[in-house]
Every structure is written in structure tokens, then in C-alpha cells.
Design a binder for this molecule. Sequence first.
Ligand code: SAH
Length: 421
Amino acid sequence: MNVYDGWRIASMLTHHGMTQTDNVADADIIVLNTCAVRAKATDKVYSALGRIRRAKKPSALFGIVGCVARESGADAFRRIPDLNFVLGPQSYHKLTQILDNPDARLLNIDLGGLEKFDELPQMEKSPTVAYIPIQEGCNHCCTYCIVPYTRGREISRSFDDCVRDTIHAAKTGAVEICFLGQNVNGYKYTDENGKTYRLSDLIRAAAKIPEIMRIRFTSSYPTEMTDDLIEMFAVEPKLLPFLNMPIQSGSQNVLTRMNRPYSLELYTDIIDKLRAARPDIQISSDFIVGFPGETDSDFDQTMEIAKRIKYINSYCFKYSPRPHTAAALMTDQIPENIKATRLAQLDEYLNSVQREFNESCVDKTLSCLLEGPDKTGRHLVYRTPYMQQCIVVRPDGDAPVLTDIKITAANKASLRGEIVK
Ligand code: SAH
């Protein structure tokens, strides 16, 4: 979501006649796009602002957009008095106002819903992987999560707008579509005739576009994984066999306190149905360790579910208390050292499964999408259908955008391969 927002901001400033620079000292405007999901991310914003302030031209405008802007509001100006703008995730389309009126402070943290999508200029060129936001905000209100506060209540964009953006992306260079939403599989839009559209309808519409070869979506909430959507994995070959469906914890007790009221049986049933629909599917998850009140036995149950489901490409985080959330007020917070020990244990296991999965790909041929050159410029980085990085030697001449690659080697982080001619 933040990568997408960053692209839209860059494209808006380009429309305004600006060009991008990698050098802070050259910039006339510096926009820091921010994440508030864990405290560490928020802390980094303020240290980065200090660095930017020292490195920038005195006349350059600087400020923050996104979730830290929404969370901090006017307080950001108190912390950094010469800051020029503070714009929340649903009001960054107002950024160019600061260029017209550089002496005023620009503050807007309103939750404007979908207004920004109507006001932002269309991107002229689409990246190969185009993100298409189909809904904003989230209604689930997990007790640890700041997102409902920073991005607001859930609202789905109209089916026609989503399809129009998908076609535009395809006509301007996209080969892969990634539908985006905080609760993407909860997408639900009813038009003026009373017809209701779900994510499965969007997948079907995207799959009909000849330029689009791969489709995925993120992030999914377990109980929104309805049968019509599971069916898509069986019938739509363009839908990639990879799904991020965070479980967060393997303890029923912790899930209840997280306000994630699904049973572990229901969750594993959904995984079984997905595997029946698409035998080669792989699942990834996010985990939080050290949620308030998490006992050793709760944590052991998280390890157990991880071992049972064998997730690939997963993330685990230490619970981080966030403002405006219920869990931050719970009295049984877990000491930092216990969180760190649990994180290391789970992380080590998830990494070992990732390595095993990567190694199981050796000698297979996978259809991969070009991401771009690596840092040295001598290699190209591709993405497999499971979002693994696959590195190949750069061929002479133009490299194929979507190609079969024979996997020749693997480690924990990436694969190596050869383009199949
Ligand atoms: N709805 C989005 C939420 C983004 S946050 C999504 O599902 O991706 C991404 C992940 O960050 C969550 O899945 C969760 O595992 C983690 N997270 C959210 N709040 C957190 C907190 N307070 N402390 C630690 N991790 C958190």
C-alpha cells in the first residue's frame, strides 16, 4: 500500500513539472511517506526528518505523508517547527497546494474515503507490476492494530473504477496486477442496480485482459476467504498460486484477545479448501509474538500451527503497543526479552522452511516476471509465482519480461536460474 502511495505521489509531482532526484541536497521538495504500524517505524520517521533537515537546501520544502502524519497531526509541527506539510494517507493528493503556497503550513489528516482516487492524475506509465487499490481502511479492529485509526473505516471502490484502473494499467505496461486493500478479500461493492461485486468478480474481469498474465491480491483476512474466491484458484490460471493469509497467533485464547474471532479449525479448513482447489498453492502468514498475556503454552501453539501449515515467505513481529488501540491498555504486557526470545525461535523456524522450499525448487522450471537489474547491473532479478527472487545472468540484448526460468541453485533468500530459450 505504501509503495503504491509513493508511486502516486511521485507521479503527481511529475505532473506538476518536477523531476526525481536521489540527492536530498538537490531537492526542492522532500516527501517522507510513513508507516505507523509498529513503534519502530514511527521512531525512524523522526530521526530521518532530523537528517533530512540538516542535508536539504534551506529553501526546500519537507514534510510527512501517510500514517505517521495522520497519527501525529499538528504535533509533528511542534516536534519539528520548520516542517512544511503533514498529510494523512487519504489526503496526500492535496500535496501540490504547498507548492502554490510555500509559506503556509499544510495540515490535513482527514479521512476523505475515496476522494483521492478521483483527484490524483492518472499515471502515464504503469510499472510491470501494477498495484490497484480496491478498498481503503479496515473494519476488523484487531486490538493491536492502528490501521483502522490511521486509514479509517473500510470502504470499497466501485467495480467500474477498479476495472477502469486495471485496463489503464494493462494498456500502459502492466503484466501483473496486484489488487490492494487492508482487508482486500472483504471487497464488496453494490452498484445502483443492486448488483453486488466481490473480489472474485474483479479477478475474473482482470483475467480477461490479454496483457495481464499474473494476478494476485493482498492482504487477506481469514474469514473473508469465501468459496467464490477459493474457486478462483481452481479455475483461473492467471491467479498466482500464492496467498498471504495472516494467522497472527496459533493460540485460540490469544486470537480472542486480539479480536480475531475465528477458530483455528475454520482457518485450517480454509487452507485445506485452498489446497484442494490449487494443489501447488503456497501460503504465507504474518505472526505477532509477545501479545499481552501470551504464555509459553500460547507461543508453543503458534510454533505448532507454523509447523503444521508450513508457510513460506512469512513475517513475524514483536508485539508493539500502539496509540488508539485496545491492546496497548492491557495490563499483562510481555517483557521485551521474552518477546525477543520468541521472535528468534519462530523466525529461525520460518527461515528454515523458506530455505527448504527454495531448495525444493531446484531443477524445476518456473514462469518468472522481470523486476529489473540487481545492484551490480550484471544480473537480472525475476519474481517466481511464489514471490521468490530469482537471479539470472543478464543476457545480451533485451531480456524477456515474462519467461520460463530453470532453477539451478537456492539459498534462504533467493534462487538462481537460467532463462529457458
Ligand atoms: N491489514 C493489513 C495490516 C497491515 S499491518 C495486513 O493484513 O497486512 C501488517 C502486519 O503487521 C500485520 O499482519 C501484523 O502481523 C503486524 N502488526 C500490526 N500491528 C502490529 C503491532 N501493534 N505490533 C506488531 N505487529 C503488528
